[in-house]
Design a protein around this ligand. Sequence first.
Ligand code: GTR
Length: 427
Amino acid sequence: MRKYTLVTICLVAGLIKVAPAFAQFPADTANETESNVIPYTLPDPLMMTNGKRVKTTDQWMKVQRPYLYHLFEENVYGRYPKQRLAARYQVREESRDALGGTAVRKQIRIFLKPADTSVHIDVLMYLPANAKGPVPVFVGLNFKGNATVQPDPHIILSNNLVFSSVEKRNDDAARGTTASRWPVKTILENGFGLVTACYSDIELDKKDGWETGMRTTLQHELKIKPQEWGAIGAWAWGLSRIMDYLETDKEVDAKKVAVMGLSRLGKTALWAGASDTRFSIVISNESGEGGAALARRWFGETVKLMNDHFPYWFVDAYKKYNKNVFDLPVDQHELLALIAPRPLYVASAADDLWSDPKGEFLSAWHAGEVYSLFGKKGLGTDEMPQVEQPIGNTIHYHIRKGKHDITLYDWEQYINFAKVQWGDANH
Ligand code: GTR
């Protein structure tokens, strides 16, 4: 009897402690009503562990930035391997007369493991045919295979699997099926190149994808166990390997490489941009939870819902915060702040409530404080703009009409932004 009383008392005491957290954050539900948003307080990116606030860029770069970056590694994305691999690049195909004479097309295979030629990333590039010198490029991973990016019969069909609800290899029927997301003509006409590869080359986007992906095949070379990072970390790291290649390509201006991505690949682009400062512009297209959106804002997807559906994207430690996201030592505005002082573009879509457009906007707004430290202006206002009214300075934001996707409208904004930021508005 006594024993039971004690247990009951402990349980009640435990519940009292736990209950408010549950009540405060219904992690199992995706709220889509603004008035339901629960008040929250964000961690201050400039507050150092010694209780003093960062005052100089030096303190930010040498103390606070590494500290925050490490918190993201430890609690969200896992370690970003720094070992350089002896990569080998093979030009599999090249045409100086692609897309009706408007483009140079190159298809490069990046071999990452000398002893195993099956470990590779296949890169597809289009550069403007009339370029006078090295060109600035956008680099982003694609979901469904290089052949889907353009209806170009010369794109080599990958021998790797792609995974998008069903697992299969690209065939001729796949050609050009995602072309609306990759407006190559517009990109080239504006003097930029496009560089892409399929994320499945790095790791299949499914629970056991790591078993055949690079987190396993390169674990010894990279000195990292598959569990020490997640799929998003691996995809981001793959972007860095593409960057390594771009640094060797004389037709590319490696100082002008903008990394971009949609949705889970937007999360990936942000983590790549935070981890690898060679990316001189970072673009998040509807990256949502675990990307640009604030975790503490109860709107759209929650950390728990994301971890439940896609546990393999992140490290196990992230799951600790499923039900108590307020205990997460970071929030996503701090991920954006890690990109400072480099130009950053955050984009949302009005019907994409799952990604929490306002949470993405506010996150970009709060990152601005760190940009100020560098004398750079962020968004310039904490008032969310109207649909298709892009705003900002070194940090830019827009919300376009329509659903979760990447469209010509989005690309036009990124192109304009890149021209201004790279000081080439008359490009
Ligand atoms: C959703 C996921 C989002 C987003 C999206 C996507 O199912 O919940 O976080 O990443 O997928 O990648 O399209």
